[in-house]
Design a binder for this molecule. Structure first.
Ligand SMILES: Nc1ncnc2c1ncn2[C@@H]1O[C@H](COP(=O)(O)OP(=O)(O)OP(=O)(O)O)[C@@H](O)[C@H]1O
Ligand SMILES: [Mg+2]
Length: 348
């Protein structure tokens, strides 16, 4: 009697890859790691490095059933990615299965195969690399601005599961003080980590009031943090992870892009503010936004991430779910850094 491999295991990945994508020779499957570089930042997916002959891929298995999107989303996402590529944007294109589908669905798990790109992110990047990432993100925003109204309407019918127990940012904010008390009553490192993120949230409360009203009239990537830009030889080789593509406010993508300017240099390095000024100049020159909208960017991004920050704090303080990636997510979504970006944007 032969047992089926466990969904999400290496054996299972190899079986799905062989049956759905039919590589010429038997693939080698290993967990994806960053090699000598920064490890990949992932929370909900299982990522595997696969190789067969001289070809190598990344196999992404969405193991969290709550994160799986509507079945019609995947062909729609493929269409948007193709549209971006046709506009010269290096959006990561999934490799279709042998039957031409954008994903394979196995045991309820959505599986996607991508070419394996060089695994560099703009971490500790030079000012030139940051400029290249920002230019690429703005090209993506131009391309997304040209997505048809019908596609935006289709996206609006396929909302993203926020994966938090309180998705309303104002209500999540109302929970912060009690969570902070829980954190301050403990003396372990996890509580200290959650406590410092929650204090950052409270410190930015005045900015939250300036958040624009929600809108859903544009195609929005919604997750343009630095881990989703892979660089090779100073050029962005791929923009990853269109899994949060949605109908939303286009200012959100511009806000992520602004933040990229301060995500690499040290806080006191003048290169950060300098690239942020260049970002603002480009946005206005290219008519991506009006100068008065610059002050709305960080409030939009802060309210977008607030429910996630609060939910991670709850994982730590109430649910005892302790993940090694929580520290990286707190850093990635740091309200204090966003307040610094806001201050610079306000004083241009
Ligand atoms: N095709 C690829 N080539 C090289 N590295 C990749 C590739 N796909 C993903 N990675 C690495 O893995 C990381 C996580 O990938 P991805 O964002 O697709 O997963 P994820 O589970 O959606 O993450 P999250 O749930 O946190 O958004 C990327 O930031 C990158 O470092
Ligand atoms: Mg991701």
């Amino acid at each position: 009697m032969s047992c089926s491999p466990v969904p999400g295991s290496a054996l299972w990945v190899r079986e799905v890859l062989e049956q759905e994508w039919r590589p010429r020779s038997r693939p080698v499957v290993r967990p994806l790691s960053g090699g000598l570089g920064e490890p990949p930042l992932t929370h909900t997916a299982g990522l595997w490095a696969c190789a067969s002959g001289d070809r190598s891929w990344v196999f992404k298995a969405q193991l969290n059933p709550d994160a799986v999107r509507d079945a019609d989303f995947y062909p729609l996402k493929q269409g948007v990615v193709e549209h971006c590529v046709s506009r010269g944007v290096p959006a990561a294109r999934a490799i279709p299965t042998a039957s031409g589908a954008p994903i394979a669905l196995r045991d309820g798990v959505v599986c996607e195969l991508l070419p394996r790109y060089s695994d560099a992110a703009p971490h500790g990047a030079t000012a030139e690399q940051v400029a290249e990432v920002v230019r690429t993100a703005l090209r993506l925003r131009h391309a997304l601005d040209e997505v048809s109204r019908a596609t935006v309407e289709d996206l609006a019918r396929m909302p993203v599961n926020p994966l938090v127990d309180q998705p309303d940012w104002a209500l999540a904010l109302g929970e912060v003080e009690d969570l902070l008390k829980l954190a301050e009553a403990r003396d372990d490192d996890w509580a200290a980590l959650a406590g410092s993120a929650l204090r950052e949230v409270l410190d930015t409360e005045p900015l939250l009031a300036e958040a624009p009203a929600p809108r859903a009239d544009s195609a929005v990537h919604a997750d343009l943090h630095r881990h989703h830009f892979l660089l090779r030889s100073g050029q962005v080789e791929a923009i990853l992870d269109f899994d949060n593509l949605r109908a939303g406010d286009r200012l959100l993508d511009l806000a992520w892009t602004a933040e990229l300017c301060l995500s690499a240099p040290a806080p006191e390095d003048p290169a950060g503010p300098e690239s942020l000024r260049e970002f603002a100049r480009r946005c206005v020159d290219e008519e991506l936004l009006e100068a008065r909208d610059l002050r709305r960017l960080m409030p939009a991004l802060l309210v977008f991430s607030l429910p996630v920050l609060v939910d991670i704090a709850k994982d730590i303080l109430q649910r005892d779910i302790l993940s090694p990636v929580w520290q990286q997510y707190f850093h990635l979504l740091s309200p204090a850094r966003r307040a610094r970006v806001h201050k610079i944007l306000q004083n241009l």
